[in-house]
Design a protein around this ligand. Structure first.
Ligand SMILES: Cc1cc2nc3c(=O)[nH]c(=O)nc-3n(C[C@H](O)[C@H](O)[C@H](O)COP(=O)(O)OP(=O)(O)OC[C@H]3O[C@@H](n4cnc5c(N)ncnc54)[C@H](O)[C@@H]3O)c2cc1C
Length: 283
């Protein structure tokens, strides 16, 4: 999510600086939006990014306990950087939530940088549910970053904040992109599992031996088929729907760039619903 956020919300200059390092894994990034007190309600985020005109920097700060970042995947142990969503404050004015690239850990010894508190949120509920992912917590104590680390595709800069005329709805493309890749990943995981189970069912024989002949392949038992075949069909269906979502994402991105928001609600609904459905069936 670090890369799509920079691609979607960064300027050309920012793409050139950050994306090659991220692709080569010279830096590892995460997407730090959710806070302890604010999940679905992104507008309620409390982390602040206050512009300091004296030094041309932003000061990133967690003013309350509920403003602690909570959940970002890859944050707990691995990430060196994050796209942090924080309230942009210039003068005394609050301009709402924007993305900022913030370095969290040293590239020499991976220790947290001054002013950064970072760690893993611990075990997640459920049998094996996502425990291989280091979902993390993060707090900032007046951490300074250069001004050019604010993702600025949607703003112009003349010493004061001016919203650009590039549609802000483009920001939402990141979430659509990520959900679409999750559906494709689910289809691959299910296809692999079903393939293993089908092959095993074909070679495994149990009962039904007549006149000393071989036993029956378990794939020939209807109870085995009733478990296996719907999942086999689902693996194909998820694969096709994953391909369709890729097309939908490309289409919606193109439309947003032309100020056409008409298919955005459908893209949100389809990617969110299918992400939930395909991952539940696969799990
Ligand atoms: C496995 C996992 C990985 C994650 N990875 C990241 C990450 O990389 N980066 C990141 O920033 N965040 C991440 N998150 C956090 C995720 O974005 C939030 O969990 C999500 O935004 C929901 O917020 P919440 O958990 O606080 O739920 P809440 O917002 O507290 O919602 C609780 C319940 O209330 C419902 N609800 C809330 N508001 C309404 C409403 N207006 N109408 C109807 N129902 C409503 C919700 O649907 C939900 O059922 C991750 C979460 C999980 C579980």
């Amino acid at each position: 999510m670090f890369i799509p956020a920079i691609k979607g919300q960064g300027t050309e200059e920012q793409h050139e600086k950050w994306l090659p390092m991220a692709y080569k894994m010279q830096i590892i990034g995460c997407y730090a939006q959710t806070e302890l007190g604010h999940g679905s309600n992104v507008q309620g985020l409390e982390t602040t990014a206050t512009f300091d005109p004296q030094t041309d920097e932003f000061v990133i700060h967690s003013p309350t306990l509920t403003s602690s970042k909570w959940w970002p995947g890859g944050l707990g142990k691995v990430s060196t950087h994050a796209v942090v969503y924080a309230r942009l404050i210039t003068g005394a004015q609050d301009h709402g939530v924007h993305g900022f690239i913030v370095q969290l850990r040293s590239l020499d010894d991976h220790s947290p940088l001054p002013g950064i508190t970072v760690g893993d949120i611990g075990m997640k509920f459920g049998s094996g549910a996502y425990n291989s992912m280091d979902n993390g917590l993060l707090r900032f104590d007046h951490v300074r970053i250069p001004r050019n680390q604010m993702l600025m595709r949607f703003v112009t800069r003349e010493g004061k904040f001016v919203q650009s005329d590039v549609p802000r709805q483009l920001v939402y493309g990141t979430m659509v992109y990520v959900r679409q890749t999750i559906v494709s990943d689910a289809s691959c995981a299910l296809a692999r599992a079903v393939c293993i189970a089908t092959r095993y069912s074909a070679v495994r024989r149990q009962f039904g031996s007549q006149n000393g002949g071989p036993e029956t392949q378990v794939i020939d038992y209807k109870t085995q088929q009733s478990r296996l075949f719907p999942l086999l069909a689902s693996a194909y269906a998820f694969r096709f729907v994953g391909e369709w979502l890729k097309w939908l994402y490309a289409d919606v991105t193109q439309r947003l760039q032309a100020n056409d928001f008409s298919t955005l609600p459908e893209a949100h609904a389809c990617t969110a619903g299918l992400k939930s459905m395909t991952t539940s069936v696969t799990a």
